[in-house]
Write a protein that binds this ligand. Structure first.
Ligand code: ADP
Ligand code: MG
Length: 237
């Protein structure tokens, strides 16, 4: 039986989609069967990051009829790595949220890990995602605006009885002089860190070229190792 994990932040642009894609690639490389779900209905971009935007020819989840959602929309990305896109036009408010949740829960029979790339904000989408997940990875920049949003996100997780989460500090400046990890954890009211991901121009370039997964599976592997550990063992540092 697989586990569903949310990649959340509160604030937009902090790296949820990047972390979802790279972590999914790392887990699948380690032999786990992984499904990545784009939970950003209406503003999807995980398809672009994974380099499969052209392969998504229809929005299976747009179907407004009464019938159940099926896994017809799933796209194969690599060995052990599949992808369930979000709709481009329909928002969370527009789709059959119960049917979507039923589909994702059913897919736990097929995958070891299902990672859901959450939208920014704390609207309907987040509510539905938090109904599905047992743990969350909270992505934040090491900046006060992101941290405050991250702290609020953690509160929202707790309101949904999710108390197991890892913090992924993303785009951490390489010199890192102004960063005080303990201050940041205090703002988040968290004790443990899941990962410190450096700011890296290659992420931008590889994403732009649709080759982020190449980066994730080679140069980036050590950086992601603590997050892979968190997913597999539940341990943070
Ligand atoms: P979100 O899903 O939270 O909105 P994205 O994953 O789309 O954020 O990232 C926003 C932008 O930041 C993208 O252009 C992405 O390539 C870039 N980015 C993400 N992480 C890093 C990083 N560690 N270093 C440099 N650029 C990054
Ligand atoms: Mg995103």
């Amino acid at each position: 039986m697989g586990e569903i994990i949310g990649v959340v932040s509160g604030k937009g642009g902090v790296g949820k989609t990047t972390v979802t894609a790279c972590l999914g690639a790392a887990l699948s490389h380690a032999g786990h069967r992984v499904l990545l779900c784009d939970g950003d209905f209406g503003l999807r971009d995980l398809d672009l990051v994974l380099g499969v935007a052209d392969e998504i020819i229809y929005d299976a989840l747009d179907a407004s009829e009464d019938k159940e959602y099926t896994n017809d929309a799933i796209v194969s990305i690599a060995k052990n790595l599949d992808f369930l896109p979000a709709s481009q036009s329909a928002r969370w408010e527009d789709i059959g949220r119960k049917k979507y949740k039923k589909l994702v829960r059913r897919l736990c029979d097929v995958y070891d890990y299902i990672l859901i790339d959450a939208p920014a904000g704390i609207g309907k989408g987040i509510e539905s995602i938090l109904d599905l997940v047992s743990r969350c990875i909270v992505v934040t920049h090491p900046l006060w605006v992101s941290l405050r949003n991250g702290a609020r996100m953690i509160q929202v997780c707790q309101e949904h009885n999710i108390r197991d989460f890892a913090i992924a500090f993303n785009a951490v400046p390489v010199d890192g002089e102004d960063i005080d990890l303990y201050d940041m954890l205090e703002v988040l009211r968290a004790e443990y860190v899941g990962a410190m991901i450096p700011y890296d121009e290659d992420i931008l370039t590889y994403t732009q070229d649709g080759h982020l997964l190449d980066l994730a599976s080679h140069e980036f592997r050590n950086v992601l190792a603590p997050l892979v550990d968190y997913v597999v063992t539940g341990d943070c540092w």
